[in-house]
Design a protein around this ligand. Structure first.
Ligand SMILES: NC(=O)c1ccc[n+]([C@@H]2O[C@H](COP(=O)([O-])OP(=O)(O)OC[C@H]3O[C@@H](n4cnc5c(N)ncnc54)[C@H](O)[C@@H]3O)[C@@H](O)[C@H]2O)c1
Length: 328
């Protein structure tokens, strides 16, 4: 009864590994450590290797008695995916397909997959429901949409059931500031705001303040990484109870603007966040936030943490780990 967590040494994976273990579940982490950290898994079992190594994955399934898997391991930079698309097709789709086949053929028929709200592209309306059109606007987003389809085919060919969790904007750190997001590898807004507040970068670039929103800046659904972790446990339970393959939005249902993040950070940290307004970025949706009702109905899961919880935990982590995990 062990959960294989691929990419479990990364940001969201490490928080999920911790949540699984706190809930008394056995785990084994498989990560190349290319973008993850040994220190982030704490004392969970870690195997350094690639998800495309079928011999290794088959061995882990047998040795650890794996019954379920959570597949985080992937590349996640939208910009890089447009520069080096083959790298993204190979890892996020090709290696994922090898993993799913290996799992299914070694007795693991329940997989929770890290998908992304980016599969919707610029949503035609908000809040976004799961039946919104799939309209990826980057290679990265398309790899997530294709991997969802690959999983659907593995149900036909190998009886593998899955939950694709379409994350909105993951943010924050563990409440005790023991694990968090290493900003060396992240260009997400919250770590970038923290960097500016701590004087570890120049002023924050705000990409456009003339959008049709109350303060003119873009609106996103920031979800606390520990709420995300809890959604994975709920998805694993859904599959263990025989639940059907589905795709689920994982967000709070509330949008926050870039200025909301800046103001909350200034209030909570007591520091100024220096920023400058620059031109809009191509392809940035004005507003994107989740309709979380499907997740509540199918998984019995809702986010419980607030934007202040996100900012306070991120501040506690970054101000005590200004070099992230360092060489760890
Ligand atoms: N961070 C977000 O806001 C966000 C939003 C939507 C979706 N996602 C998805 O969630 C997942 C986790 O994101 P994250 O922010 O924790 O990323 P991350 O980069 O911190 O973690 C990914 C981990 O996977 C590992 N990895 C990559 N390819 C591998 C391979 N072939 N074999 C073994 N290990 C491999 C990396 O070393 C890293 O530790 C990714 O699939 C990402 O696309 C993230």
């Amino acid at each position: 009864m062990t959960v294989l967590v691929t990419g479990g040494a990364g940001y969201i994976g490490s928080h999920t590994v911790r949540a699984l273990r706190q809930a008394g579940r056995a785990v084994v982490v498989l990560d190349t450590l290319e973008l993850g950290h040994r220190a982030a898994v704490l004392d969970a079992p870690l195997v350094v290797g690639d998800v495309a190594d079928a011999t290794l994955v088959a061995r882990l399934c047998g040795e650890y008695g794996v019954t379920q898997a959570v597949h985080f391991a992937a590349y996640k930079s939208v910009g890089e995916s447009m520069q080096h698309p083959a790298k993204y097709w190979a890892n996020n789709v090709g290696s994922a397909a090898v993993l799913f086949e290996t799992l299914a053929r070694h007795g693991v028929h329940e997989v929770v997959f890290s998908s992304s709200c980016s599969v919707y592209g610029t949503p035609p309306s908000v809040p976004v429901t799961e039946d919104a059109p799939i309209h990826p606007e980057s290679v990265y987003a398309e790899t997530k949409a294709v991997a969802e389809r690959v999983l659907a085919w593995f149900e036909r060919t190998d009886g593998l059931r899955s939950v694709s969790l379409r994350y909105f904007n993951a943010a924050g750190a563990s409440a005790d500031a023991v694990i968090g997001e290493d900003w060396a590898f992240s260009i997400n807004l919250v770590p970038v705001v923290m960097k500016a507040a701590l004087g570890r970068s120049g002023p924050l670039k705000v990409f456009g303040d003339d959008y049709p929103t109350p303060d003119g800046t873009c609106i996103r659904d920031y979800i606390h990484v520990d709420d995300l972790a809890a959604a994975h446990l709920a998805a694993l339970d859904h599959l263990a109870a025989g639940g059907a393959t589905t795709a689920v939005n994982v967000g709070t249902g509330t949008g926050s603007s870039v200025m909301d993040i800046i103001h909350a950070t200034e209030r909570i940290s007591g520091r100024q966040v220096p920023y400058e307004v620059v031109a809009r970025r191509d392809g940035d949706p004005v507003a994107s936030f989740a309709d979380p009702e499907h997740a509540a109905q199918v998984l019995g899961w809702r986010a419980t943490r607030t934007l202040d919880d996100i900012i306070a935990s991120a501040w506690a982590w970054h101000s005590t780990h200004p070099d992230g995990y360092g060489a760890g």
